[in-house]
Design a protein around this ligand. Structure first.
Ligand SMILES: Nc1ncnc2c1ncn2[C@@H]1O[C@H](COP(=O)(O)OP(=O)(O)O)[C@@H](O)[C@H]1O
Ligand SMILES: CC(=O)OP(=O)(O)O
Ligand SMILES: [Mg+2]
Length: 455
């Protein structure tokens, strides 16, 4: 019996490229790390080269961000320069990533085959307490958590899928937002419900934005020259999704998001915390599931509170800068009017202030007043001098320093910026330009397991 091996040009090419990829994997030159951050309305991507320094383990090569994915048209930026995109080019996170890849290939010298590891921000990790390499098992576990992070996990998985298909020589690794909060003690993470059901179904507070909090903790520790293990902070991550975190001795003590990223503060399209009974009064079809495309998707409770609420429902825009510009903050009356009608932008702004104060006040007590700094971060926290000014005034009664108007208005460069007027004993007010991508890349670069054989 004879076997005839036919070397068609395409199988030959495939074979050679497989050998090349193997050589690449063992090659020290293949040291690029791609970090992908699938937020609810954005996709932020950064490319790094691993360095030999444990202090600065990665060097940024390029960065890209796609915003307004959930409120088209999206905006695409590559290395800080915005480029117009048509509404049909980017419709979701997968098409946003495809758009990025097409631009990456056009860039001189950097080729996707040099990417060794791809770090993916996955918001809900359930019981995962540390990063995990993507394989069938971990992919399925992340997928099974998608209902608990409806704006996030599915989007992240669509990008993971695209990476496996389009950058097959690299390893995809999931880094979880929820992992930072594993230190939250049971009396804070437990809901007062039947514990048999809670345990069986994993119904507890998980908390999110953990990659951001972890970055901020290290950055503030360096800035204040205090070990992170001795730092107590109240951190506000205010973006499309917004949350607060109480950090005690360098660990998450409490955070405002819960079982899902819906709880806590309102966001671009999210209601934040409401009376749990509200939904049954809002619609009598609250229990309908969305999975069947033929069903009334708009009426599903998750959909109403996650996608049809928040700033969008109150003001018609998800852009907090626009809301601030229209809020008429110079008027002292909260019920200030716009064309004779109550100003919905001012209402949205005041709601945000009110809910944030709930958490600052609560966390101040939980930390027994021992707070090193209040930290603003996220797209809104880093850019809204107006929100910082209002909050700064309100928290003065808790012993925070006065806000320095000039510093607050012009942050200048730097990762951490002190916006308070320094006093001997006042609690500090800081802004931190958070970076979830570098947080993942750094962890990946320092993880020896991922670089065996490359020294
Ligand atoms: N100057 C500004 N003032 C207030 N809000 C701003 C400003 N610039 C950007 N933002 C808001 O930041 C939010 C996006 O934050 P970001 O953290 O980047 O979002 P994501 O959650 O998608 O990662 C948007 O609501 C945007 O309107
Ligand atoms: C957890 C969360 O809400 O993330 P984002 O703000 O990126 O949507
Ligand atoms: Mg974000």
């Amino acid at each position: 019996m004879y076997y005839v091996i036919v070397w068609t040009p395409s199988s030959w090419i495939a074979h050679i490229s497989r050998i090349l990829l193997f050589v690449c994997k063992c090659c020290p030159r293949m040291s690029l790390i791609l970090s992908v951050n699938a937020g609810s309305s954005s996709l932020k991507i950064s490319l790094y080269r691993r360095t030999d320094s444990s202090d600065i383990p990665v060097k940024l090569i390029l960065t890209s961000s796609i915003s307004n994915i959930s409120a088209p048209p999206a905006t695409f930026a590559f290395n800080g320069t915005s480029e117009p995109v048509s509404e049909t080019d980017i419709t979701d996170h997968a098409s946003a990533f495809a758009y990025f890849l097409s631009r990456l290939d056009g860039k001189d010298g950097e080729n996707r085959t040099e990417i060794r590891h791809i770090c993916h921000r996955v918001v809900h990790g359930g019981d995962f307490t540390t990063r995990v390499v993507i394989d069938d098992n971990s992919y399925n576990r992340i997928q099974s958590l998608s209902d608990l992070a409806p704006l996030h996990n599915g989007a992240a998985l669509s990008v993971i899928k695209a990476c496996i298909k389009n950058i097959p020589e690299s390893t995809s690794i999931a880094y979880f937002d929820s992992a930072f909060h594993r230190s939250i003690p049971p009396h804070i993470s437990t809901y007062a419900i039947d514990q048999a059901i809670a345990t069986q179904r994993g119904l507890k507070k998980y908390g999110f934005h953990g990659l951001s909090y972890s970055f901020i903790l290290r950055a503030v520790s360096r800035f204040l020259q205090k070990p992170s293990s001795s730092l107590n902070l109240i951190v506000l991550h205010l973006g499309s999704g917004a949350s607060a975190c109480a950090i005690q001795a360098g660990k998450s003590l409490d955070t405002s998001m819960g079982l899902t990223p819906l709880s806590g503060l309102p966001g671009a399209t999210r209601s934040g915390i409401v009376d749990p009974s509200l939904i049954f009064h809002y619609t009598n079809k609250a229990g309908r599931m969305t999975h069947d495309p033929g069903m009334a998707i708009n009426l599903h409770a998750e959909d109403i509170l996650n996608r049809k609420s928040g700033w969008k429902s109150l003001t018609g825009t998800t852009d907090f800068r626009v809301i601030t510009d229209r809020a008429d903050l110079s008027s002292s009356s909260p019920a200030t009017s716009l064309n004779g009608k109550p100003n919905p932008n001012r209402l949205a702004f005041d709601i945000f202030v009110d809910r944030i104060l709930d958490y600052i006040g609560g966390y101040h007590l939980k930390l027994a007043g021992q707070v090193d700094a209040l930290v603003f971060s996220g797209g809104i926290g880093e850019r809204s001098k107006e929100l910082r000014a209002v909050l700064g005034e309100k928290v003065k009664c808790l012993g925070y320093v006065d806000l320095d108007e000039e510093k607050n208005n012009n942050l200048g460069d730097g990762v951490v910026i002190d916006i308070g007027i320094e006093t001997a004993d006042g609690k500090r007010m800081l802004v931190c330009r958070t970076d979830e991508q570098v947080e993942m890349a750094r962890a990946c670069a320092l993880d020896e397991e991922f670089w065996l054989g490359s020294e």
